[in-house]
Design a protein around this ligand. Structure first.
Ligand code: FES
Length: 257
């Protein structure tokens, strides 16, 4: 196990207050709250945001990028879009200084935000900005929206279909997560009588590990309709996703009020 390393004088960090230090090459956020010091990685597990730059309230630090909150005592993720703990480290006060000993991995207590989290799929990250449009011809099935049971194909019906596609970490569908920015239908030039469906979709972060899976599931889901000739998914990162884009239903599922 690593040794404790002196990182600051006690007097350097007000109460309440925080500072950023480097410990053995790792950036660590140090907090001082109600007379006690805490240390966690300066890394938001959603997409690497710098936690030491966030707003500290009681024992919670809010990531300055998309607002995920972490418990500074344990590193536990308290609100989405972060769902995994960040590393918390051992801290002691001795000889007028604050000392930190790095832990090998996150050991934060408390349950995950919702149920058992799936391991992130080993998939390549998405580019930061892209119009990665690809067209999928109709081949697959899987939607619960039956053909012809709700009138002609329209944007609202496509959005209903897309509620079958769930984020594998958050277990909330992509419509209620606010990931669908737009749906455009146009007559197919290849298959008379069918529609070409273009979907503008974002991710909760540019490097979302679930991105490739979400794109594939989106295509499969919409391509299941016999009225669809092809599905095009365009990934857009502007404007960036924020939790404000979620519907009330999505917030309810994640326990956000
Ligand atoms: S990087 Fe922290 S909430 Fe997105």
């Amino acid at each position: 196990m690593a040794d404790y390393i002196r990182v600051a004088d006690i007097a350097e960090i007000p109460d309440p207050g925080k500072t950023l230090v480097e410990v053995d090459g790792d950036m660590v956020a140090i907090f001082h709250v109600e007379g006690v010091f805490y240390a966690i990685d300066d890394v938001c597990t959603h997409d690497g945001g710098p936690l030491a730059d966030g707003e500290l309230r009681d024992h919670k630090i809010a990531c300055p990028r998309h607002g995920a909150k972490f418990d500074i005592r344990t590193g536990a993720a308290l609100s989405m879009p972060a769902v995994r703990s960040t590393r918390a480290h051992d801290v002691k006060v001795e000889h007028g200084g604050v000392w930190v000993r790095l832990r090998a991995e996150a050991v934060a207590g408390g349950p995950p935000l919702h149920g058992t989290l799936a391991a992130p799929p080993a998939a390549s990250a998405l580019p930061v900005t892209t119009s990665a449009a690809t067209v999928t011809p109709v081949t697959a099935v899987g939607s619960t929206v039956a053909a012809g049971d709700a009138g002609p194909l329209c944007e609202d019906r496509v959005r209903e279909m897309l509620k079958d596609v769930k984020d594998p970490e958050l277990f909330v569908n992509i419509v209620d997560l606010g990931l669908i920015y737009g749906v455009t239908l146009s007559p197919s030039s290849d298959v008379p009588g069918r529609q070409h469906v273009a979907i503008d979709m974002t991710m909760t972060s540019p490097a979302c590990p679930a991105g490739p899976q979400l794109i594939a599931d989106t295509k499969r889901c919409v391509a299941a309709s016999p009225e669809v000739a092809a599905v095009e998914v365009r990934i857009v990162m502007e404007p960036p996703w924020t939790p404000d884009r979620m519907t009330d239903a999505g917030r309810d599922q994640l326990g956000i009020f």
